[in-house]
Design a protein around this ligand. Structure first.
Ligand code: FES
Length: 255
């Protein structure tokens, strides 16, 4: 029996002023339809979109986030900010995957000011995908508190991740091929594991313990890690004096 409940997603689009916004405007003027629940924010260049904006949007309840810019090599700034946006989105997707959120909830596309129909088509396609995925967290099997703490853990780590991105994860050539090659390479996965994965797990543990003391098993269950992985992170966090073992409660708490 149908419950009659229809899921209406909350979706945010952060789009550049010079091209993608022009495309959105043209879609409106041309009366090309797309769902009204997609809220748009205009920025001067897609390169201004930061991973903190993306995770803040998810923390505030967005089920899907769209980043739109000028076509690659058509950015209106000499820094070619859309390549930075592309790299930022690939890294965000990897972070989402790591904390158990479907990375398809984040999408980046290029739309020129003359492509109103393309803008509307992308919005329609993306909204159908998010409707199919369902509410953020629920469809990933993550309860509300765990979702909050996972997103908080990533957000707290953003300043560090920005540094790593600048120092270790920059692609030297501004070419679509080079970017695609790098972000799908074993080298990228290796660098992510080496520089970010462990810190992110520790950040998640610290966020969880803010809610109260937990056993290794309880932490492992929420984070989807094995107890031995959690023990390794707890040992490392204890050495750095982030957490401590409470002998009385027989569980871990913040130091
Ligand atoms: Fe549009 Fe840079 S100005 S992406």
């Amino acid at each position: 029996m149908s419950t009659g409940f229809k899921f209406t997603p909350k979706m945010l689009g952060i789009i550049c002023n010079w091209c993608c916004y022009g495309g959105a405007d043209l879609a409106g003027v041309s009366r090309f339809q797309y769902p009204p629940y997609i809220k748009l924010i205009r920025v001067m260049c897609s390169g201004r979109v930061d991973m903190e904006h993306v995770f803040r949007a998810f923390s505030k309840g967005a089920d899907g986030v769209f980043v739109g810019g000028c076509h690659l090599n058509d950015c209106h700034y000499i820094t070619n900010g859309n390549y930075d946006a592309y790299g930022m989105v690939q890294l965000c997707k990897k972070l989402m995957e790591h904390i158990g959120i479907n990375p398809n909830r984040l999408r980046i596309e290029w739309v020129s000011a003359g492509e109103g129909i393309r803008f509307a088509n992308i919005m329609n396609e993306f909204s159908v995908e998010i409707e199919k995925l369902g509410p953020l967290g629920k469809s990933e099997g993550i309860d509300e508190n765990a979702l909050k703490s996972k997103l908080e853990a990533v957000t707290n780590l953003v300043p560090y991740i920005r540094l790593v991105e600048r120092e270790r994860l920059r692609v030297p050539f501004r070419s679509e091929e080079e970017y695609q090659k790098f972000f799908t390479s074993d080298e990228f996965n290796r660098l992510f594991e080496e520089t970010i994965a462990e810190k992110l797990s520790i950040s998640q543990i610290v966020s969880l313990l803010r809610e109260g003391p937990l056993t290794t098993g309880e932490i492992a269950k929420v984070l989807g890690l094995t107890p031995s992985e959690v023990s390794r992170h707890l040992n490392s966090s204890s050495r750095q004096r982030f957490v401590r073992y409470d002998e009385g409660l027989k569980c871990y708490a913040l130091a």
